[in-house]
Design a protein around this ligand. Sequence first.
Ligand code: ATR
Length: 276
Amino acid sequence: MQINGSTQLFAIVGNPVRHSLSPAMHNAAFAALSINGVYVPIEALDIGETVKGLTSLGFIGASVTVPHKETVMQYLDDIDPTAKAIGAVNTLAFDRSSGVATRVRGFNTDWIGSNRALEDHITLQGSTALVLGAGGAAKAVAFGLIEAGARVYIANRTEEKAFRLADALNCKAVKLSEIGSITAEILINTTSVGMEPNDDQIPLQPDVLPGFTVVMDIVYAPLETRLLREAKACNCKVIDGLAMLKYQAVEQFRIWTGQEPPAAVMHQALLEGLQG
Ligand code: ATR
């Protein structure tokens, strides 16, 4: 890669951000399509100042990650309606086309990433899904499922948060202790349960797993979580945490470049990045 005066600048802004796999993914995609672009991690303490900085330095696009996905919204000129509905932005595009003031636009590609990861394995329209967790990731995942025509249940350790999120999305909540009473084809873990170093943990009682057709975990370290291992043993189709990570980035790449993203190259870069 040769960096020169025409190199387009992209970033991931968050805190912490040093171990993000996104630079490996996007830089591999730029190289594969011979795009003169570079994508760097930026540790952002003050997201308002960071957006101003990226704007004045001529950045073309940025990913936004923890803890700024919600607070960044107040610093943007335009917010895509779906990002507004989810209440979180994970993608910025700096529109410099007018030649006057740059417009900073916000999008959410997390829900598209989740849907595409699932759609590789199952039709969402008319399906029923159980989402574990009630934080930001759960909201994007549940929103996507509802958009695609699935019936959604939400369950969470703090039950009140599950009921609040279900109210906001106009779907149903269920207590963790009552999961056995519902029938759903799809299970998605959006909590951090099972993540290293606590990889012996599982976010629900494993005896309910045989009831699901597809089980997806958004945890990707380890790649095969205890949830996925036990689901596989019950003959469920399993989807690891790299799938959503890849597809949310694929959609970002499409927004920034207008080109068809090289998804296989991005997946390979993720795998290599994980191996460190
Ligand atoms: P994110 O934006 O990644 O979704 P978050 O908003 O902090 O992160 O949400 C984390 C989710 O993981 C929550 O649903 C949280 O449950 P609580 O609402 O009860 O806190 C869930 N979570 C985290 N650690 C957990 C644990 N040890 N057991 C069960 N749920 C856990």
